[in-house]
Design a protein around this ligand. Sequence first.
Ligand code: NAD
Length: 480
Amino acid sequence: MTEHITTVAGVAVDTRHWIGGERVASVETFTDVSPIDGSTLGEISRGTATEAAAAVAAARAAFPAWAATSRAERARILHAIADGVEKRIEDLANVETLDNGALLRSHRRGVMPRVAHNFRFFADWLLKLEHEDFASRGHTNHVSWDPAGPCVLITPWNAPLMLATWKVAPALAAGNTVILKPAEWSPLTASLLADIAAEAGLPAGVLNVVQGYGTEVGNALVSHPDVRRISFTGSVPTAQHIARAAAANLTPLSLELGGKSPLLVFADADLDLAVDLAVEQYDNAGQVCLAATRILVEEAVSDEFTRRFVEKASRLRQGDPRDEGTDLGPNIHPRQLEKIDGFVRRALDDGARAVIGGKRKDALYYEPTLLTDVAQDSEIVQEEVFGPVLTLQTFGDEEEAVRFANDTRFGLAATLVTGDHERAKRVTARLVAGTVWVNCFFVRDLQAPFGGSRHSGVGREGGTWSFDFYCDVKNTVTAP
Ligand code: NAD
């Protein structure tokens, strides 16, 4: 044990950066606090422009050799990282739950196995990534995916390792080197990932992890001229800042941002399914970018829907996210709770009615809330709350449903519940959303494109879309 190791849930976590295959400490630190009980989890190195420059230099130095490593070898190492993740699922799940307050059972059984899968999927996809050559006027065209260079990956706290590895895995598979900056509210599992990758044989400098605040080390990373890709998941204002920084160097960027997604329930829907999907929107205490937080119900079934929703939602158990029986854990931070409460207070002052919830509980818990009597142009309908707060509006016909659904500045996802396949096709065609779920929610295959329209994002990742983003795609034309 050294002063740079903190023990969280019995797991030793290094609180320093991981740069060029070495642990590097900053002079300053920041305190990482658990949202479960406010306990201090560690004093984490607080990176500055110096560490950002060192990490980019390390990524640059490691790039030529990693880019020249065969696809088969890169894939082998990615599978070895997946093996390492699988061996440490318990550690990762426990540490991440203490760090961000999300449910231990879903970390254990859902998230961490998916983290391993992220590495396996992109390793395998790399091996089959091929365009067919084609002839044109006697010349052959051959498309290849050339690694782009050092990539900066910046991630939020709501699903730290899952969101990080959606980026890290394809970026590494593509032959790039990476600088990952996790969110300052949940820095720990990224540090464990660095250990796992090193043990799996990933060469020094190929994956670097820097810790610290977005406005400090994050800003220095996205402004660095040697960075060849920026992939960011987070809020719209930060994305706007990053886009301005990227513009100075013309760094290509991918932005996965917030949402205010609708859940449309038509009168012909299976209402039990609709209620199940609606209540599911409280998962992760509402801290899910894809959450369908605007429930739009056809007038004819709205009373019955509401009755069944209240019955089901009132059975949700809020409590310690480490307990198997808990459905909703705490929100991440006092600042986030203030923000959530502010949205709800203003909506109530504006004439909204709380069908359930509407106030904070002890510590960082907020009651699962459903607000009705809300106007389409009100703040609570238009802005992302990022807490367990849903609104309910009714619509008269399909036309009005589509109008309400599309009437925000976002376009991340939409869910519709209907028994009529023709209606599903008609409505889906008119929705502005990167993903539409029909009679289901949150089902994602990594082959599929993922991303948002309008203020929900720029670009798509997943399958070949990820390689298109993380590579300089090259076409070679050869004369006969
Ligand atoms: P945030 O924008 O505050 O922070 C995200 C990350 O950006 C953090 O690592 C932070 O340190 C960093 N950052 C902040 N300022 C920076 C700067 N100037 N330069 C570089 N980096 C900077 O977002 P958040 O509150 O952590 O996350 C919540 C948001 O993320 C919500 O809007 C949510 O919808 C969105 N989100 C989107 C997706 C998606 O896939 N579309 C997934 C999860 C979360």
